[in-house]
Design a protein around this ligand. Sequence first.
Ligand code: SAH
Length: 464
Amino acid sequence: MQKNDVVRVTIEDMSHKGEGIGKVEGYPLFIKDTVIGDEVEVIVTKAGKSYGYGRIKTVLKPSAHRVTPRCAYAGPCGGCQLQAMAYERQLQFKEDMVRNNLKRIGGFEDIPMESIIGMEEPFRYRNKAQFPVGKDRDGKIVTGFYAGRSHRIISNTDCCLGVPVNEEILNHVLSYMEENHIEPYDETTGRGVVRHILIRYGFATKEIMVCLVINAKSLPASEKLLEKLTPVKGMTSISISINRKNTNVIMGETIKTLWGQPYITDYIGSIQYQISPLSFYQVNPVQTKKLYELALSYAGLTGKETVWDLYCGIGTISLFMAAGAKKVYGVEIVPAAIADARRNARLNGIENAEFFVGKAEEVLPGKYREDGVYADVIVVDPPRKGCDEKLLATMVQMQPERIVYVSCDSATLARDLKYLCGEGYRLERVCPVDQFPMTCHVETVVLMSRVSNEPCRTVDELHP
Ligand code: SAH
C-alpha cells in the first residue's frame, strides 16, 4: 500500500476516535466520515508499516446505518464525528467499545453490562459553547467552530448540538463588531480584540450568560453591545474575560461583569448551582441527571454512610448524594472548583458535605495515614487518564463496601477495574451513559462491591 493509491474497502469497525476501519488484504485503513457497513472508494493519504489512513472519494454503497447529517458542516467541523451514523447505531458502537475495553484491557469475561442510556432527542443538548472569532478569506468577521485538528474557523452560527438562542446572540456580537470596527483577535500577529464568545444557558432556569474573551483591558463601545444583548429573553449575565496571552487556553482569569449578575443559576434534579464564566459545569444537563441518579442508586445509600467523592469538581455528585448519606467528603485539585462546591453546599442548605483541595492521590492517602479516615462508599470520577495507583491502593485499604466509578475513558477504566478486582472487589454493574451524542465520547458508571474479608495488604505493600 502506498500514498495516493485508490482502493475499495468495506468499513467493518470503528476506532475510538470515530474513524471507520476497513481492511485491504488484512491491512487496516482508518477513514474519517465513514460508517460501519459502508462500501467506499478511498485515496490512501498515509501508509504506515502496519496501518494507514485514507480519505473518502466516493461512497459506492452506503451502509444501512448511514443518515444525512443534520449539520452541513458535520464533515469538516472538529466537533462531531458520528453525525452520519444513525443514533441507535452510535449507541451500539459506544456500548461495544466499553465492553471490548473491559474484555481486552481489563481481562473481564462475564461483564454485568446494562443497556446504554441514550437521549430521546440527541441534538441541542449542550448548555455551553465557546465560539472562536476570526476573519474569513474575504476579510469578513466570522464565528463558528474550528475545523478538525486546526484553527481554521468554519463559519457556522447554528451548531445543532447547541441551544437555538446561540445564533441570535452570535449575530448580535458580529453586528456589534462590524458596526463599531472591533477587530477579531489574530493568533499569528497577536493583534485584535475579540477572541471567543462564551455562551451558557441554564436548561432549568432559561437564564443566559454571555462572556466575550478579549485581548484588551476593556471592551471598546461596550454600551453598544449591551444595547443589543440585554433585550434577549433570559439574558442574566454579560461579562468580559481578559486573556492577553498567546495561548490555546480560551478563558483569561480576570472576569469583569458588564451587566447583570456575575453568574447564572441552574438545577440538576433539586440541587441548585451558581455558574460563573470560569466554573466547570457538566455540559449535558439532561444526561448528567441520569448519570448522577445512576451513581446514586449504585451507591445504595440508607442515610448512615460516609461517602468520599474523589475528583469532585464543583461538588455536583457530593451534593447529589448528601441527602442520602450521613457525611460526604469531596476532593478536587482545582481550588476555584472547591470554592464553588462550598458555596453551592451553602446555597442548598447542605451541612453534611466537606471539601478538600488537593490531588486525590495525595489527600486521601494522607488523611488515611494520619487520621485513619473511613468510607462506606467511595465514588471516583477521574479525568481521562484514570486513577493514580497510589489512590487505588488507599481505596482498597480503606475497604469500603462499595466503589462507584464514573469514567469518561473506558480504556483507563478497564485498567483500574482490573486492579480493584485483583484486590478484593467484584464487578457488579456496568452502565454506559451517552453524555455526548454525535461524538465518540462515552461515560460509564460502574458498581463494585467488596467480596473479600481478608485483611488487606498495606498501602506500602500495594504501592511500594
Ligand atoms: N465529578 C465532577 C467532575 C469530574 S471531572 C462532576 O461530575 O462534575 C474530573 C475532575 O477531576 C476535574 O474537576 C479535575 O479538575 C479534577 N482532577 C484532575 N486531576 C485530579 C487529581 N489528581 N486529584 C483530584 N482532582 C483532580
